[in-house]
Write a protein that binds this ligand. Sequence first.
Ligand code: G6P
Length: 369
Amino acid sequence: GETEKGDFDHFMLKEIFEQPQTIEETFKGRLNPGYSEIVLGGLQNVFPRIVDARRIIIIGCGTSWHAALIAEYLLEEYARIPVEVEYASEFRYRKPVIYKDDVVILISQSGETADTLAALRLAKNEGALVLGICNVVGSSLARETEAGVYTHAGVEIGVASTKAFTAQMTVLTLFALKLAKEKSTISAKEFDVLVKELAEIPEKGRVILQQNHRIQEIAAKYKDAVNALYLGRGCLFPVALEGALKLKEISYIHAEGYAAGEMKHGPIALVDDNLPVVVVAPQDAFYEKIVSNIQEIKARKGNVIAIISEGDSGLGELADDLIEIPGSQPALAPLLAVLPLQLLAYHIAVLRGCNVDQPRNLAKSVTVE
Ligand code: G6P
């Protein structure tokens, strides 16, 4: 059952391994048989207003905020609409400019995070169209938004969010592609390629999870680190943020995620032979740039754990440890690249003897301020 660990040592590990299935649950039924249409039933009545929106503001906390950051890349690239992303705790207390033709999307696994609900009420008061993306059916967020989409991730028990995050990403990808299609800002061919590839993500995810043992070995090498740096570019920059958050939440190692291009403006000063640097480096448009980032880290004796495209032999000499992920369209790479980062954080935390399902000082949902 959902609330039992079964063969797994921890709920977090079970939930990491459920992702191929939960991602599939989330898109299944929302694609027509020929994959030519995306159906988001919960948004059907309001979709014309979304198409006419001036701007989209996406709000969340923690891991849900990282999903929002990735969605910003997808929505701006494909649907050509300006997007702002904000922490709920900031949005609610400043005096944000909200237009009646704004669409405000609140993302929350639990649907009960106090700051996110306060942001929702503020945006609603200003007359914006408020939409929810959440996992818990009938939650406050689901009840108070005008419309929304459920992530079908099932009950998530581990405090550090894993399967809810990839389900959020799946919904946001469907949403971005549907909006792009309705606005004719994506070609039929591109839409077709992306939707078909989304359907292949569960299988590619399974291939990544098969490397669990190898990732555990890498974790053993770095378990005593004091600090760690995570780097990525484009929509993999928020994935670097999420990888760092996972590590700090459950292992208590101080970890920072950074846009790889910003490394020279600060984090490079931290690099020495004690610093593990996890670099998300698939063969995409940024590959050459990220390879030079890796060279800069190696020149300062940092330890590089590179997440690379399957079969990329180019980084073997340079990086200390490699984790392969199957190739994909760049827009879908976050769904794959986050899996090894979740496993790496998990194994490091277990090896350090931490309580991974119930990390100290953290709550599954923060319902009071
Ligand atoms: C807490 C949890 C995180 C979660 C965040 C937002 O900090 O520990 O895992 O990402 O709240 O929760 P929500 O339910 O709003 O997505």
